[in-house]
Design a protein around this ligand. Structure first.
Ligand SMILES: C[S@@+](CC[C@H](N)C(=O)[O-])C[C@H]1O[C@@H](n2cnc3c(N)ncnc32)[C@H](O)[C@@H]1O
Length: 297
């Protein structure tokens, strides 16, 4: 296994999720199956895991890695926002635990070619689920200037959103946007030098914003947070690992405002220095945990 394939906060997930024999667990983000494998191990010999993964490539890899668990694992090639319908389809009404490990897998980031990284020249795609119709290029080439500015501002917290949106619209009147390096060039020219951030790439926030918009990430997250809580058995745990403040805020609020949940982590759990050193992706991870209250609301 390459270092980046190491699942984030693995020991903490097992400690807080408390997988047990006979339990039913949901992994909303199978990815390469790292957390899923550990949950299946910890719930030997008959715990069940239902794993969601909307990226065909990641799912193929997860299936390979988890094949030895046989019928204890169910693979769902769908958006985790379909949790309720998908579980009903499997005849599951209640679950013992839920895990979300949001964002991109190292496969999506490292393999390249899908526009998630601003390094090199890649098609501006950014869909995690290739069955979805709209790519980042479609969005950039058709959305109104104001909508683009809002996307960059709200989903990227990019202060130069208006300037960048204006530059995108000005460019696409001459030629449609197609590649990541084209977009990086537009951002670099649109943002005055003195506003180029010191610690991150000048395109980082716009790329994050586009990915969130193309994949409807915040809408999906809100939905799974609500539906997931409703499916938990009394005492069952909901663990959610997020990687940026927009996600973390949604998780924090959804847990705190849902009266059927009790928040177990007043402050989020974060990886220690050693994990961050081994796995750079862990640095921004925050895990929050809630439990379903006893007795039905
Ligand atoms: C950070 S990775 C998960 C890594 C995994 N926990 C592991 O240990 O290997 C996130 C994965 O979630 C998937 N994903 C993100 N949003 C999703 C959604 N709404 N529905 C289904 N899968 C999603 C991505 O395609 C990606 O493969």
């Amino acid at each position: 296994m390459q270092p980046d394939h190491v699942p984030v906060l693995l020991a903490e997930v097992i400690e807080w999720l408390q997988p047990r024999p006979r339990g039913i667990y949901i992994d909303g983000n199978l990815g390469l199956g790292g957390h899923a494998g550990a949950i299946l191990e910890a719930s030997q010999p008959d715990g069940i895991l239902v794993g969601f993964e909307w990226d065909a490539e990641a799912l193929r890899e997860a299936k390979k890695r988890l094949a030895h668990f046989g019928e204890r694992v169910h693979f769902v090639h769908r958006n985790f926002a379909s949790l309720k319908e998908s579980l009903a389809g499997l005849g599951i009404q209640e679950v013992d635990g839920l895990l979300l490990d949001l964002g991109l897998s190292s496969l999506q980031l490292d393999a390249g070619g899908r526009g998630f990284s601003f390094k090199g020249s890649q098609p501006l795609d950014m869909r995690m689920d290739a069955r979805e119709p709209e790519t980042a290029a479609d969005l950039l080439n058709t959305a109104a200037e104001e909508e683009l500015a809002d996307i960059f501002y709200y989903y990227g917290e990019e202060r130069q959103a208006r300037r960048i949106a204006a530059a995108v619209v000005e460019t696409r009147q001459r030629e449609p946007l197609a590649t990541t390096d084209q977009l990086v060039g537009i951002i670099e020219r649109a943002v005055p030098r003195r506003y180029h951030p010191a610690k991150i790439h000048v395109g980082t926030k716009v790329f994050q914003a586009l990915r969130i918009a193309v994949n409807h990430e915040l809408e999906n997250l809100s939905r799974v947070l609500e539906d997931g809580a409703g499916l938990l058995r009394a005492g069952g745990r909901f663990c959610a690992i997020s990687f940026h403040s927009l996600e973390d805020r949604l998780v924090k609020r959804a847990f705190a405002e849902n009266e059927i949940l009790q928040v177990l982590t007043r402050k989020p759990i974060t990886p220690g220095a050693e994990e961050c050193r081994r796995n750079s992706r862990a640095r921004s991870a925050k895990m929050r945990v809630a439990a379903r209250r006893e007795g039905r609301a």
